[in-house]
Design a protein around this ligand. Structure first.
Ligand code: NAD
Length: 284
């Protein structure tokens, strides 16, 4: 079985982004990403730092906005409105989850679709589902890059997606459908999940449930994309694992590890979306 190296693939994408950024800079445009973090969630803080570091690596200008945990929806909407108008900002990323007092959907809806590099705005969601030109959510985009490294022709393949969230499960299903796969989306109430999983040529697990996908859920020759990021404690030590255990998966064609699979690709695709948004700005 091939272990798909998401870290190496992400570096390849970032290298291409750096070249595109250099090209844009020669025309006087520096792509800019506004990163908004509300509160002090430690995991969110780590994600934001990583995103900003990758921006710097490729020459994208990162504009960091850290707001107090008690920020109101109105205050955040005011910031979004100013970022929408700011000519130095090509992409706006609001790190989720937001504190409970904030109306998350109102905030995501307020981001102008052309700067919605997370692809969560209803206009981009609609374009994705109608096959139009959209900014596509980063994790699903990363999953498709990873799959494309081991699959030449997606047409007619049976794809099973575990998880139906708006940020992973549903958009990845749309992208697979767009590539002419026959897609089944499953979730926590799905009956006979192991049997359904065993029918998949492509199995994408985005449940957030460690140990969920057992080796006998994976059909011989199938490709497994493990999106799950789960923190477990073993013998007093903290470990990050996915939804699947790769030991015992020798019969699969390929699989992504956790860490080092989907995670780095998500960040690379965010940068890719930002550079794309900047390139579109230059053309229009
Ligand atoms: P979510 O909680 O919004 O959705 C989880 C989905 O999985 C739900 O639809 C739920 O019904 C389903 N599910 C949960 N347990 C299940 C089970 N036992 N059997 C079948 N279905 C089950 O989560 P999300 O935001 O979509 O994230 C999913 C996982 O992916 C999490 O572990 C998250 O940390 C990870 N994630 C990773 C990245 C990355 O960049 N690597 C990005 C986003 C999310």
């Amino acid at each position: 079985m091939k272990i798909i190296d998401g870290t190496a693939m992400a570096e390849g994408i970032l290298g291409k982004c750096a070249e595109a950024v250099a090209g844009l800079k020669s025309t006087g445009v520096i792509p800019g990403l506004a990163v908004v973090l509300v509160g002090h969630d430690p995991a969110s803080d780590i994600y934001v730092r990583r995103k900003i570091a990758k921006c710097r690596q490729v020459g994208v200008r990162a504009l960091e906005h850290r707001l107090p945990a008690a920020t109101t929806t109105a205050e955040l909407l005011k910031l979004i409105a100013s970022l929408n108008k700011n000519g130095e900002v090509d992409g706006i990323l609001v790190q989720l989850p937001l504190p409970r007092q904030i109306d998350e959907q109102a905030v995501l809806d307020a981001i102008i679709p052309s700067k919605d590099v997370d692809g969560f705005h209803p206009v981009n969601v609609g374009r994705l589902s109608t096959g139009g030109k959209a900014l596509v959510p980063c994790t699903p985009l990363g999953c498709m890059h990873l799959l494309s490294s081991v699959i030449d022709d997606f047409r007619g393949l049976k794809a099973v997606v575990i998880g139906k969230s708006n940020i992973v499960g549903k958009p990845v299903a749309m992208l697979l459908l767009d590539r002419e796969c026959t897609v089944t989306v499953t979730h926590v109430h799905t009956r006979n999940l192991p049997e359904i999983a065993r029918t998949a040529d492509i199995l994408v697990s985005a449940a957030g449930s460690p140990g969920l996908v057992r080796p006998d859920w994976v059909k011989p020759g199938a490709v497994l994309i493990d999106v799950g990021v789960n923190e477990i404690f073993e013998n007093g030590r903290r470990r990050i694992v996915g939804d699947a255990e790769l030991d015992g998966l020798t019969h699969a064609k390929a699989a992504t590890p956790v860490p080092g699979g989907v995670g780095p690709m998500t960040i690379a695709c965010l940068i890719e979306n930002t550079v794309r948004a900047a390139a579109i700005r230059v053309r229009t």
